[in-house]
Design a protein around this ligand. Structure first.
Ligand code: COA
Length: 219
């Protein structure tokens, strides 16, 4: 595994984090990406969790980043259960596959646990997140706000029983509803990159988001 230091992000890292996030996500799920803009605006969000905003540094260079926001499960029986969500999680392409992403998840999971958070829910590839204790949120009766169970909605309890009796739907911070025009304007401040369609990672993403089944709220 690569030798890395994990530490909180500082303002001096902001641009490097946005650059690496753009490099990691560019054309990954779809042509281009918005995640560097998301990283840029999340830090200002009232739902941002600065204690869990971490970077991975190798040889003085920021090569990975993880950010967390507060999220909720809106319970079928009424009320809400608080949770955490992470993303963007990004590793500079040249440093991927060397344990950086895993180290960022593992470290911040422990910190989140120590801070008393109950659970993390994310949208992501189950093939990756199952390595870190994530299971389909369906196992806890948690679906999406649009009324389905989807395999990309992954959940991980940080405190035993935190996701018991919480049938409902997942709600992430409103910041994730990106304004495409603002994102495109922000991207103009970065070097030109070509948008490419039809990549295997995009096909995988399309397949994942189609893996759904209807969910009826329990009354
Ligand atoms: C996903 C990401 C953060 C993982 O970080 P990383 O440092 O490359 O991951 P690690 O080194 O900890 O783990 C690498 C392993 O995970 C696997 N892996 C990485 N992404 C995966 C995915 N989407 N699905 C399945 N496996 C994946 C690799 O094949 C590798 O497997 P191996 O150990 O059997 O060789 C990084 O690859 C990345 O930035 N990707 C682009 C952006 C992205 O998809 N972010 C997550 C959005 S949900």
């Amino acid at each position: 595994m690569l030798s890395i230091e994990l530490r909180p992000e500082s303002p001096a890292d902001f641009r490097a984090v946005e650059e690496l996030t753009r490099n990691a996500f560019w054309n990954h799920h779809a042509p281009g990406c918005d995640e560097h803009y998301l990283a840029h605006i999340l830090r200002e969000s009232s739902n941002f969790v600065p204690e869990l905003d971490y970077v991975a540094v190798h040889d003085g260079k920021v090569v990975g980043s993880i950010m967390y926001t507060r999220a909720w499960i809106v319970l079928d029986r009424g009320g809400e259960r608080g949770a955490l969500c992470f993303g963007p999680l990004a590793v500079e392409p040249a440093f991927q596959g060397q344990g950086v992403g895993g180290a960022l998840i593992e470290r911040t999971k422990v910190l989140a646990q120590e801070l008393g958070y109950g659970a993390i829910l994310i949208f992501g590839d189950p093939a990756y997140y199952s390595r870190f204790g994530f299971v389909p949120a369906e196992q806890y009766g948690v679906g999406t706000s649009w009324g389905v169970y989807i395999i990309s909605l992954q959940a991980c309890e940080l405190q035993p029983g935190a996701l018991e009796d919480c049938e409902g739907y997942f709600e992430e911070s409103r910041d994730f509803q990106i304004d495409p025009e603002k994102s495109a304007a922000f991207d103009k401040g970065f070097s030109y990159k070509e948008k490419v369609e039809g990549l295997p990672s995009q096909e995988r993403f399309q397949w994942i988001i189609q893996q759904t089944k209807p969910r009826s709220p329990c009354s």
